[in-house]
Design a protein around this ligand. Structure first.
Ligand code: I6G
Length: 692
């Protein structure tokens, strides 16, 4: 370990603040350089913020220690040598951060604003405009007479980098403004990457054996500052506008929300998740509401931003150092944290896939305590060089399973483990059943060859069969499946139907009532659909959509079981890998036997004639959103019906939504549909659509 990194760990010594201040500055300069210039951070943002705040506090307590070159005295960031510098005509300031993530954070801001405006308690609440704080890269777009002439990064706030070529590749950014545009309009906003685009980009990087990105923010920042615009163009970037720079020849609206509406009208992307609220309570309610939706948003946010809405009040409030007094970013708990790897173990999946998983010193991240994080596969673990004992950055954002995104090399202890080698680690045998493990040519994953002989694969196969989107057997959860398989009560799926109340009730912690409920659920769910049954079988590469396509094309299970690879290839979206996987599955006598035994146990579904190309698909190309509770259809049933009719079910309402199907207690999605003029249907309306 270096001298610097030992200081990194050491708590500030109040007796010698000079030393700690110097060490913190050194560290912050180094990490800022890695983060802003090299796009290769070693520590999560939250850790950087913590060090920054520690330095701020020390400088405040000891003003004599404050120097002009301290990271607290300027907006950090450096111009890369490859880009032309751009001097901002209006400085790009930073925004003050409120790290108290509770409602009190909102109250603090409101109290400060009221005090600085000299408002008495009896005076009415201040009006605020609330927006999202994207985790992206701030840019300034300069439009002259409506044409985009320049895009620049924030840089140090005074001077940024000309990234016009890269920004022009972002489809969302208009090259020409709509309507009557001012002589000069500088628009400020954030370039970011959606979470799904990020996952796809990283999957592509993995396949190409190239370095993966740590998080969407870094991927976006890297793309914007990519010297080769052709590479930037292949990175899927998005943009949201949030403010203005220089403006000539335009009379500004009186409020910030009015500015955003005007930007929207100019054709610029402005977040829909914004609101005008009154006072501290309005702010706290916005923070709470967006916090509840945070995981479901398609992009990362690290907080929300509050701005005093009236521009005239903003002017009265002015600035303190380089931050506006009229705005604040109110944070949420971090989605990345540092922790240590205690162990690396191997998980066996449903299809025998062997996944290395890091067992971690528990850490609170993204709103939950994380104790395990996926390392994806052997290559990825080696590329990141994750070893037992390492300090790592763990990320949990949205519904994505927690993952180790990078190691902090400086913090590797001398006794850290060896570079990861999956085969050696397992001695070539499955950790659950002892079968050989194998890795096929061109595949990234090692697999256990034990098939359903392997208890881990059996457990996963049962859980997959029972899940909601498959046979939907309530009460058959992980703990019970462990007991059933480990206790030797179940070896194959059909045996589920032979369990009986007595055998189940004899299990530890299993009440008579729960046993009876499970047997009833098993019995009731025997009546299913062909797509659900096909999906439930757990054939490799056959997800819900493929199962539906197969059922629609062939109509009957026997035809699918006997179809040749050529016949399977006739199904839309079925390629050679999927066709071969289905053929291989049904070529195995024991799989056919499982199907026959399930049928003999009473599992059944309506069969048809195979509707391949001639079946009516009245919702083809249509996107619907479901909200609220429908009178007779469950959410899954409605989704099945829509998808079988060729439609898609989306999670949120946008201009692209064709219909919103609303039941009782429909919430914000219904309101959004009304706002956007999207047609709204009830259950009967949906049924009429389905009937064509
Ligand atoms: O960095 C920022 C992110 C979002 C901002 C910002 C913002 O509004 C939604 N607003 C201002 C005024 C500044 N930075 C300086």
């Amino acid at each position: 370990m270096t001298e610097q990194s030992s200081l990194f760990d050491a708590p500030p010594d109040p007796a010698v603040p000079e030393e700690r201040v110097a060490a913190l500055r050194e560290l912050l300069h180094r990490h800022a350089h890695r983060y802003y210039v090299l796009d290769d951070p070693e520590i999560p943002d939250a850790e950087y913020d913590r060090l920054f705040q520690e330095l701020q506090a020390l400088e405040e307590a000891h003003p004599a220690l404050r120097t002009p070159d301290s990271p607290t005295q300027r907006v950090i960031g450096k111009v890369l040598p490859g880009f032309t510098p751009v001097r901002h005509r209006v400085p790009m300031l930073s925004i003050r951060t409120e790290t108290d993530t509770l409602a009190s954070g909102a109250a603090n801001f409101d109290a400060r604003v009221r005090r600085e405006l000299g408002l008495a308690e009896t005076e009415p609440p201040v009006e605020y405009a609330c927006e999202l704080k994207f985790d992206g890269l701030a840019v300034n777009l300069r439009y002259e007479n409506g044409v985009l002439v320049q895009a620049a990064t924030r840089g140090d706030g005074e001077t940024g980098e000309d990234v016009t070529q890269n920004i022009r590749t972002i489809g969302q950014i208009p090259l020409r403004l709509q309507g009557v545009a001012p002589e000069v309009l500088e628009v400020r906003g954030e370039v970011y990457m959606r979470r799904d685009d990020f996952e796809r980009l990283n999957a592509r990087q993995r396949e190409a054996n190239e370095k993966t990105f740590v998080n969407p923010r870094n991927a976006a920042a890297g793309a914007v500052r990519q010297l080769d615009p052709a590479i930037a163009a292949r990175r899927p970037l998005s943009f949201f506008a949030y403010g203005l720079g220089e403006v000539i020849g335009w009379t500004l609206p009186g409020t910030h929300s009015g500015v955003l509406d005007a930007l929207d009208a100019f054709g610029l992307p402005v977040s829909r998740e914004r609101a005008v609220v009154q006072g501290a309570e309005g702010l706290a309610e916005f923070h709470r509401r967006i916090g509840a939706q945070r995981d479901a948003l398609p992009f990362d946010i690290d907080g929300v931003v509050y701005k005093v809405n009236r521009l005239e009040l903003q002017q009265r409030l002015g600035f303190v150092t380089r931050e506006p007094r009229w705005a604040v970013a109110h944070k949420y708990p971090a989605q990345e944290q540092l922790t240590q790897v205690d162990d690396i173990y191997i998980q066996v999946g449903r299809t025998g896939k062997l996944t290395p998983v890091a067992r971690l010193v528990p850490v609170f991240v993204g709103g939950v305590t994380v104790t395990n994080a996926t390392l994806h596969n052997e290559d990825e673990t080696r590329r990141k060089d994750v070893r037992v004992g390492d300090t790592v950055i763990v990320r949990r954002a949205g519904d994505v399973i927690p993952e180790v995104v990078a190691v902090v090399p400086d913090r590797r202890p001398p006794d850290a483990g060896e570079p990861f080698d999956l085969y050696q680690r397992l001695g070539g045998r499955c950790p659950v059943c002892g079968s050989d493990i194998a890795r096929e040519e061109g595949e990234v994953d090692w697999r256990c060859t034990g098939g359903l002989f392997c208890a881990a694969q059996r457990k996963q196969a049962i859980l997959h069969y029972a899940q909601r989107r498959a046979m939907d057997i309530e009460g058959l959860g992980e703990r019970l499946v462990d007991q059933l398989v480990d206790g030797g009560l179940i070896r194959t799926l059909p045996e589920l139907y032979r369990l009986g109340v007595a055998k189940l009730a004899a299990l530890e912690r299993m009440a008579d009532k729960s046993a009876q409920n499970l047997v009833t659920a098993l019995e009731q769910r025997k009546h299913t659909t062909l797509p659900r049954f096909l999906f439930a079988l757990g054939i490799r590469h056959v997800g819900e959509a493929t199962a539906r396509d197969l059922a629609r094309h062939f109509g009957r299970l026997d035809r699918i079981m006997d179809a040749s690879v050529e016949q399977l290839l006739e199904v839309p979206d079925v390629g050679p890998v999927v066709a071969q996987s289905i053929r291989t599955f049904f070529d195995q006598p024991h799989n056919r036997e499982v199907v026959e035994q399930l049928r003999a146990a009473g599992v059944e579904w309506p069969e048809g004639e195979g509707t391949a190309s001639d079946a009516p698909r009245p919702l083809l190309g249509k996107t619907l959103v479901l909200t609220g509770t429908l009178p007779t259809l469950s959410r899954d049933e409605a989704k099945d019906l829509i998808e079988t009719a060729g439609g898609k079910v989306a999670g949120s309402v946008s201009k692209k939504t064709h219909y919103v199907v609303a039941g009782e207690e429909a919430g914000s999605k219904l309101a959004k549909a009304q706002e956007l003029g999207v047609p709204i249907l009830d259950e009967d309306g949906l049924k009429a659509l389905l009937a064509g």
